[in-house]
Design a protein around this ligand. Sequence first.
Ligand code: NDP
Length: 276
Amino acid sequence: MSQPSQFAVFGHPIAHSLSPRIHQAFARQFGIALEYRTIDAAPEDFAAAVHGFFAAGGAGANVTLPHKGAAFALADERSEAATRAGSANVLTLLPDGRLAAHNTDGDGLVRDLTERHRADLRGHDALMLGAGGAARGVAWSLLDAGVQTLTIVNRTPETADALADAIGEPARVHTRYWDDLANLGSYDLIVNATSAGVLGGGLQLPLSLVGARALCYDLAYGNAAIGFLAWAKAAGARYAWDGLGMLVETAADAFALWHGRRPDTEPVYQALRTAD
Ligand code: NDP
């Protein structure tokens, strides 16, 4: 009997990743046998660990913090979304043994917002907090989904400016200073793409940012999202959602790239939400 295909998620740290559970649940929907493990690689060991994994028969890999930029750099081919973001969260093996990099963060966020939560993003004035790897992954997708304007505010302003320059739509995309958040007025879509919740520091945000019918979304989930979601609700947001649905949607995109079949994400999302 042939061995099950081998998949893995690379990160540092990575022990608490939900990806093995998500991919096994997807695989069960199709009766696919696979092995999916976590591989903790320090940044200096990442490239060797990836090449070793694929040389030993690995069929596909997810990549998370802090390796998304390195995954993009080591790939031989890159999808348009990965190229725009300059980072990759999925690696696939090409028939000739080379590696292709993909970035599914933006598609995953927009699908979670528009299909799971039934949000219509068209015409929204959006504020994005953060300009790191995840922000670069989702910025273009928010614009493609029809947000009217996107204001990017990052603690380090140069990074926000670089992202706005890369997008190159000055009529729709603006940057502002973090110190000036209290003077920006209100937005009807606020996306927290900072890692403040994950790092444990939290954010001090003015309530005035939240418009009357605002939708607030934290890319983080679980305990890391509690502070931002509590702030959003206290400020009167109509909706306050975390990034668990985005995680499941991005995983479904990876699964489709590897297996050529798209899983039903809803039962997997609900099972994770119940266990939350
Ligand atoms: P990066 O390290 O690439 O970027 C971190 C960003 O957060 C930077 O903009 C950084 O600003 C900012 N930041 C960090 N701490 C603070 C702080 N105390 N105050 C203000 N800004 C801060 O991380 P990622 O972009 O990869 O990840 C960001 C978040 O998105 C994480 O919570 C991650 O878990 C989540 N994520 C969720 C996904 C999902 O599927 N749900 C997928 C991908 C990411 P500066 O430039 O000044 O350092």
